[in-house]
Design a binder for this molecule. Structure first.
Ligand SMILES: [Mg+2]
Ligand SMILES: [Zn+2]
Length: 200
């Protein structure tokens, strides 16, 4: 029997501003103490995982090229993120980062699609059934170039993105309603059954 090669679907996640609090311009999360999960993110990721999506982080980290942090510093931050999410039962399926600066013209720094394309090839993901989710125009562009659907996280609608939501949690809720009306995260609120009225 041939090994089945059903293409998988994924949520590609920008990191800063989607998973964790973004620091002010020109500051980089270079230690665990600076990494703070945004509200509702762990629950959102649990829902998305429950819907059958792989979770793959796709992040530009030019703080490395600019000398603000090392690969090891970033590894520690990501180890911390991993542990925080595992406390919620969420296990990431992949993480790709670009350590280059704009002037290096690599093919991985978003809006280039290199990290998404590589992840699709590594993990057997069909980009068309997947979403790139980010809070910057470059996230939307990278998703479009890689052939994914695109989600902008922000307060105002982004015409270039397929969908815009104020938070990852709102996107996860939307997708769970689209995909399966009954899907709830294991940590989600329990549903209270409406008690049937007793016959009088
Ligand atoms: Mg971002
Ligand atoms: Zn790069």
């Amino acid at each position: 029997m041939q090994a089945s090669a059903v293409p998988r679907k994924a949520i590609f996640l920008d990191r800063d501003g989607v998973i964790n609090v973004k620091l002010p311009k020109d500051r980089y999360v270079s230690r665990a103490s600076e990494f703070q999960l945004l509200p509702g993110v762990a629950e959102a990721l649990a829902i998305l995982k429950h819907l059958g999506y792989l979770l793959v982080v796709i992040t530009n980290q030019r703080g490395i090229a600019r000398g603000f942090m090392t690969d090891e510093d970033l590894g520690e931050v990501h180890g911390f993120m991993d542990r925080r999410l595992r406390e919620w039962g969420v296990v990431l399926d992949g993480l790709y980062f670009c350590p280059h600066d704009e002037c290096e013209y690599c093919n991985c720094r978003k809006p280039e699609p290199g990290m998404i394309v590589t992840a699709c090839s590594d993990l057997g993901i069909d980009p068309r059934s997947s979403f790139m989710v980010g809070d910057s125009p470059s996230d939307v562009d990278a998703g479009k170039r890689a052939g994914t659907q695109t989600v902008r996280i922000g307060a105002t609608p982004d015409d270039r993105a397929d969908l815009t939501f104020p938070s990852l949690r709102d996107f996860a809720t939307f997708l769970s309603r689209q995909t399966d009306g009954n899907a709830t995260a294991p940590q989600g609120p329990r549903r209270t059954q409406t008690r049937e009225e007793l016959p009088t």
